[in-house]
Design a protein around this ligand. Structure first.
Ligand SMILES: [Zn+2]
Length: 380
């Protein structure tokens, strides 16, 4: 693939604004080096003998592309970078990176907050006053109900009512089944009321006094069915994620039978992140009319190689089926770096199609935001 910056046959996408269709909030505190590096990896650290996370694809991109946003030279030393970051404070750092990402809108998964994070409204303000829409995490809704003391016999009805109440204020639902039971264990058919009741009984009993954690595939399939009945586009975590995940069970190909089952509903299913299964995801997006995909998360984490990752997704995926996401969580740099690397990758990949300039711009705009606007019915 070409890497000659600024060649005449490139669409030149520097000014293109993006819709980040899946991200989380930013941590609302200043970070020391350990905390910073912990947020720069899907692990916890490089390990006691593994060196620094700055010595990685993403680490060097932080130094190359993020340092100038903080007023430093590209490749400023990590110590200097973190000193400057501390000097500016988390709010100013977040404002610079979120505004610098040049987003038209964000879709924010609010269901995972191990510590205080910016709410969608604040994230939208930091990004320059753009809309920040909510994505409902299905497992969190179920866990909140059980934490609030809902008895097993009322679980199904209360979960349905709660999702119906949340749906008008959200653009999508999301499942983390890949983390909780594996994509290979989600039942294909909607479970009947007796199965749901017995699964709810087990979930409530196991939760007991502990923090409830929904891992039951029957209940997860039940919640997916409710979201689809409400016609909420369904985001599904697939591929790469943190160490909590068995990556083998996160291959989106496991979803084929379920996708067949959901196809007649026409409700959009969005395969999030997908790496290293992006070619399989591209296939699914081609063969199922209602399936869409992205390579978020992998974009910042694969650094300079993100252009190959996007190119592989676009080998089979129709251009109307691919969206942009950062899957940024916690660290403001990830929103900026995701967007910057995505624009660079898109510029190269679309450039390689050797299209007339107006067609190249149109294809790039589809992937940058028009597809997301259509799927989530966002006004632009
Ligand atoms: Zn996410």
């Amino acid at each position: 693939m070409r890497s000659d910056a600024g060649s005449a046959d490139r669409p030149g996408l520097g000014g293109l604004r993006l819709i980040d269709h899946h991200c989380h909030g930013v941590v609302t505190r200043d970070l020391d080096r350990t905390d910073f590096e912990a947020l720069l990896t899907e692990g916890n650290s490089a390990g006691p003998v593994g060196g620094s996370l700055f010595d990685s694809g993403i680490g060097f991109e932080v130094r190359r592309q993020c340092a100038p946003v903080l007023g430093l030279e590209p490749f400023a030393a990590p110590e200097e970078y973190l000193r400057r970051r501390a000097e500016l404070g988390w709010r100013e750092v977040s404002r610079r990176f979120l505004a610098g990402a040049r987003l038209d809108a964000l879709c924010v998964d609010t269901g995972f907050a191990p510590e205080p994070l910016t709410a969608p409204d604040e994230l939208g303000r930091l990004a320059g006053g753009v809309p920040a829409h909510q994505v409902i995490r299905l497992e969190t809704v179920a866990e909140d109900l059980v934490r609030a003391g809902v008895p097993a016999h009322a679980f199904a009805q209360r979960a349905r009512a709660r999702l119906a109440q949340l749906a008008p204020g959200a653009v999508a639902a999301k499942t983390v089944a890949a983390y909780r039971c594996g994509l290979d264990r989600i039942p294909v058919a909607k479970p009947g009321p007796a199965y749901v009741a017995s699964a709810a009984d087990g979930f409530v009993r196991r939760a007991g006094a502990k923090q409830p954690r929904l891992t039951d595939p029957v209940l997860i399939r039940f919640l997916i069915g409710v979201a689809v009945d409400l016609r909420l586009p369904l985001q599904v975590h697939t591929g790469f994620g943190d160490a909590d995940l068995d990556l083998r069970a996160a291959d989106p190909l496991h979803l084929s039978p379920l996708l067949h089952e959901l196809a007649p509903t026409g409700v959009p299913v969005l395969l999030l992140h997908t790496y290293p299964f992006q070619r399989s995801a591209g296939y699914l997006a081609q063969v199922f009319e209602n399936v869409f995909c992205d390579v978020g998360l992998a974009i910042p984490h694969t650094g300079r190689r993100s252009r190959e990752v996007l190119a592989e997704l676009l080998e089979l995926a129709p251009f109307g089926k691919v969206l942009y996401s950062s899957d940024a969580f916690g660290l403001a740099e990830l929103y900026y770096l995701g967007a910057a690397l995505f624009r660079q990758a898109l510029d190269l990949v679309v450039g390689d199609l050797e299209l007339p300039p107006d067609e190249a711009r149109r294809v790039a705009r589809l992937i940058a935001g028009d597809n997301a606007a259509r799927v989530y019915r966002l006004g632009r």
